[in-house]
Design a protein around this ligand. Structure first.
Ligand SMILES: N[C@@H](CCC(=O)N[C@@H](CS)C(=O)NCC(=O)O)C(=O)O
Length: 257
């Protein structure tokens, strides 16, 4: 992936996507997947994981990735705002169902995966909360812990929530299968499938060839423990593999080139 600096990205016209350079940040990979499915090109802008990101703060009022910026419009710093922007720029294929009941279900599932205290949030807390009591914890880890409320969580509490959400996703997929659909909502791909596919990497990393992430991240993501392993059926992983194969494409491209 060719990343430009925040200063370059801020000046550039068109669509820019700020991403954590060098790692497959799940929120960033989800935003990339949405743009890929919609065929939208963008300039990738580098955010530094756990870093000060002062220029990004100056531009967007916050320091996280992803951020999507379209021409002179205010940058979208929230993942659902990025989804709405993509839907506006490329209405087809739609990733937000037209049917209101399906839409409500899709956003409920999406929130459980990407939202505050959802799957990604709690999985991150599982990894970071235990490190925060160590006076030698790296400054970047401390920054992330403070940024994402990890100090408010215990590893066990966060793990229990991850188990509940994964079990819910497994039940949802099984019910959809029984009703004749391959997807989490309705009969076609929606953003919920893309969110699950990209966030599943925090539970069962994609193979190294498809996702060449730093060894310590791979090791941390891959150690889920028996409770999450028991809640995660092969069908959910097969679903994410199919979504990557048929809709997003592999390998993931996040290493600076
Ligand atoms: N407000 C964002 C939150 C995204 C988020 O949690 N980003 C993390 C992804 S790992 C991040 O940027 N981490 C690196 C950092 O904070 O430096 C959203 O809802 O999309």
């Amino acid at each position: 992936m060719r990343y430009v600096t925040v200063a370059e990205g801020r000046r550039a016209p068109g669509l820019r996507l700020v991403l954590s350079a060098g790692v497959p940040g799940p929120w960033g990979e989800a935003a990339k997947a949405i743009l890929r499915v919609k065929g939208l090109d963008y300039v990738a802008v580098a955010q530094e994981v756990g870093g000060e990101n002062a220029e990004l703060r100056e531009w967007t009022g916050q320091v996280s990735a992803p951020v999507a910026a379209w021409n002179d419009e205010p940058p979208c710093t929230d993942s659902l705002d990025i989804l709405f922007l993509a839907e506006r720029l490329a209405p087809s294929p739609r990733l937000i169902p037209a049917d209101v009941a399906e839409r409500a279900r899709m956003f409920g599932i999406a929130r459980e995966i990407i939202g505050r205290r959802g799957l990604g949030w709690m999985r991150r807390a599982m990894l970071i909360a235990p490190l925060l009591g160590d006076p030698g914890a790296a400054p970047g880890v401390r920054a992330m812990g403070a940024r994402y409320g990890c100090h408010e969580e215990s590893r066990a509490g966060a793990e229990a929530e991850v188990v509940r959400i994964v079990a819910f996703l497994a039940q949802t997929l099984a019910a959809q299968r029984a009703a004749g659909s391959r997807y989490l909502v309705g009969e076609t791909l929606s953003a919920a499938d893309l969110y699950w596919a990209t966030f599943s990497n925090m539970l069962q990393p994609l193979p190294e060839a498809d996702c060449p992430m730093p060894a310590h991240v791979r090791q941390a993501y891959g150690h889920i423990g028996p409770a999450i392993a028991a809640a995660l059926p092969p069908e959910l992983i097969a679903h994410r593999d199919a979504v990557f194969r048929e809709h997003i494409g592999l390998p993931l491209d996040f290493l600076p080139s």
